[in-house]
Design a protein. Structure first.
Lengths: 84, 218
């Protein structure tokens, strides 16, 4: 088994080494479509981030406000009871 | 103040819902194409970050002189919104730059100074959060420093050589580009005012809470 693996490894190396090196760069006027960075995901990500940031911030603020109001009501009733 | 913020939230929400339809109808920019449409959600928060930093500095300066808590509440709210809008500008910017410039980020004067301004206001919030009592005065001083930085951020593209578009781009925009931009800007501005009102009401309630705690201890 080891011998087979070694043979496969050697053959793979030989196949790689047998390929000729790049001797020149060939110019093209346009970059292939597969190489181009698509714009749509970037645009969608930008808009989604803004929406998400607003939603998270508003949610945090409403939660904070609710907590403070709850604490305020609780404490004000306690203070009133003590006064009475 | 909280109730008054609700219609503003509704109006801003309507603008944010309809803005993409208006932006889609806007023409493509000749060299950047589709990715330029990030501009409509990049420039308004970036501009409001600068205006918010200036507003925070002004109310902080008034707070230092007059010592009235209302100015401090406004400054705290403005600092938080500067960080929020700054984060939006600093995330949408690299998404646009990746396609337009081929890189996510460059240490160019506009980008670097915007980042520094944003960091100043992050420091403000950290100081308020962990600075303990008396930190509001220190933070107010920091906000004045941040305000002084804002004009340099805006003018940096005209002063230094940079790859960021100049300040002349927005005033000379053709109507087809300008309308969606200012429509989105109104949405961001209304949202800013609504969030500011909400944030101030939280600070007011917190102050009342502190007073009640003091009363209950006595």
């Amino acid at each position: 088994m080891k011998k087979i693996l070694l043979l496969v490894l050697l053959l793979t190396n030989a196949a790689v080494l047998a390929q000729p090196g790049q001797s020149e760069f060939q110019p093209v006027t346009e970059i292939p479509a597969s190489e181009q960075l698509p714009s749509a995901p970037l645009v969608i990500a930008a808009y989604a981030f803004v929406w998400l940031a607003f939603m998270v911030y508003v949610w945090m603020m409403w939660r904070k406000l609710g907590k403070v109001e709850q604490e305020l009501n609780h404490l004000s009733t306690q203070v009133l009871k003590r006064r009475v | 103040m909280r109730k008054a913020a609700v219609p503003l939230f509704a109006l801003a929400g309507f603008i944010f819902l309809t803005a993409p339809f208006i932006i889609v109808r806007a023409p493509y920019e000749s060299t950047m194409g589709l990715v330029q449409k990030i501009f409509y959600f990049h420039m308004p928060p970036a501009m409001l970050m600068l205006l918010s930093a200036i507003f925070c500095g002004v109310v902080s300066a008034i707070f230092i002189i007059r010592r009235r808590p209302f100015y401090d509440w406004m400054a705290y709210a403005a600092a938080e919104l500067t960080v929020l809008y700054g984060a939006m500008a600093m995330v949408t910017g690299p998404l646009w730059a990746r396609k337009a410039w081929g890189v996510w980020w460059v240490w160019d004067p506009r980008l670097t100074m915007s980042f520094l301004l944003w960091m100043i206001f992050v420091s403000y919030l950290l100081l308020r959060r962990y600075g303990g009592s008396g930190s509001e005065m220190l933070a107010a001083g920091l906000a004045v420093f941040g305000m002084a930085t804002s004009p340099f951020v805006y003018l940096s593209v005209n002063i230094w050589r940079t790859i960021h578009p100049l300040t002349t781009v927005v005033p000379t925009l053709p109507v087809d580009f300008a309308f969606p931009l200012w429509y989105a800007f109104v949405g961001f501005l209304l949202m800013y005012i609504a969030l500011m009102m909400l944030r101030i009401s939280i600070e007011r309630q917190r102050t009342m809470l502190d007073q009640l705690y003091l009363e209950s201890e006595e």
